[in-house]
Design a protein around this ligand. Structure first.
Ligand code: SF4
Length: 367
């Protein structure tokens, strides 16, 4: 029942999902207790470091430039703004900061360098640093790892089949490629999806199969309930019943036993009792703060009250992995754009590494 498997079939997962609810929750709770400390729940803070104006067409997202939503767009935050927010999050129990930028993909250049500085800064605060910045090359993943990134989030969103209904501006394989690029580094992988977008139970199972078949499985799987936002193509979707969320969390818990299953967007629509059920079913993390990127989220005091009622404690940073050791910026892997302009393999002077180091130093001083 609880070994890690990468060969789940759709039929098996649907059978688990459709079990009598209490039996399903009992089974998930048993797996949870075998692999995790069920008294601890991680509090994470999601920070939108660059909001809106995204060229992608994710049907659920108010940050897509093509939809007419009333979100306030913002340029990339400064490193000191991010530090201030991170310290505030730490003081209210968060052990992880996840920085989200509404980008299709990361572009090498000053903005990426600024994000690398944010990563280094939060790492010094003894908080796990996560980023969600869109598609990532192997080189960029490596540079984030060297800066001290703990996790990279890139959601699969849904099953491969239903994905096409939700996003057309990039493919499911592009997503998998980014996850592969992250996996080549020591950064942990965070990838999950959203339910309530009109998908079937087969699609929910399909998404879990795609995640479970990754080897190793992602360390972290956020399960989001759609928050329908006016102006997006999914604005008229019904809020999903809490029972669907409990079933999805429990099924994820069983299929991905060692993974941290994160109860993510949509909590404002869930009762306290509903959330308690999700914790029992194996949710090991919540996102705190009054906003999740651009959508509403419960107040942090309400969360602490719920933790007290349920006897839960906030998880400490690095409870499930070692703190990354950042590389000195001068010794970091150069970005694709900064790679040596010439190289002469086999010669004593092979490439202009010194020039690259100097350029890195100059750029750092300019920030
Ligand atoms: S989910 Fe991300 S990639 Fe998709 S539109 Fe929103 S910000 Fe852009």
């Amino acid at each position: 029942m609880s070994e890690i498997r990468n060969d789940w079939t759709k039929e098996e997962i649907i059978e688990i999902y459709n079990k009598p609810l209490l039996e399903l929750v009992y089974e998930a709770a048993t797996v949870h207790r075998k692999f995790h400390n069920s008294r601890e729940v991680q509090i994470s803070t999601l920070l939108s470091i660059k909001t809106g104006g995204c060229p992608e067409d994710c049907a659920y997202c108010p940050q897509a430039a093509r939809y007419h939503t009333d979100i306030e767009t913002n340029d990339l935050m400064t490193v000191s703004q991010v530090k201030e927010q991170a310290l505030m999050a730490k003081s209210t129990g968060s052990s992880r900061v996840c920085m989200g930028a509404a980008w299709r993909n990361v572009e090498d250049g000053p903005e990426f360098e600024q994000v690398l500085d944010m990563v280094r800064t939060i790492n010094t605060l003894d908080m796990e640093v996560c980023c969600t910045l869109g598609m990532l090359t192997e080189n960029q993943a490596q540079r984030l790892a060297e800066a001290g990134l703990y996790a990279y989030n890139h959601n699969l969103d849904s099953s491969e089949e239903y994905y096409k209904e939700i996003i057309s501006s990039r493919g499911f394989d592009d997503r998998l490629q980014t996850l592969k690029n992250v996996r080549k580094t020591n950064v942990t992988v965070c990838s999950g999806g959203i339910i309530g977008m009109g998908e079937s139970i087969e699609d929910r199972a399909g998404m879990l199969i795609a995640l479970a078949s990754l080897s190793p499985q992602p360390e972290s799987v956020p399960i989001n309930a759609l928050v329908p936002v006016e102006g997006t193509p999914l604005e008229d979707q019904q809020i999903i019943p809490i029972w669907d969320m409990i079933r999805m969390v429990a099924t994820a818990r069983i299929v991905l036993p060692a993974t941290t299953v994160r109860l993510s967007a949509g909590r404002t629509e869930m009762s306290k009792e509903g959330q308690a059920f999700c914790f029992l079913a194996g949710a090991g993390s919540i996102f705190a703060g009054d906003k999740l990127l651009t959508t509403p989220n419960p107040d942090v005091n309400e969360d602490m009250e719920l933790f007290n009622t349920l006897g839960l404690t906030p998880m400490k940073p690095y409870a499930k992995g070692a703190k990354p050791n950042p590389v000195n910026p001068d010794e970091m892997t150069p970005s694709e754009a900064e790679k040596a302009k010439w190289s002469r393999p086999g010669h004593r002077i092979e490439k202009n590494v010194e020039a690259t180091k100097k350029a890195n130093k100059k750029r750092k001083e300019a920030l």
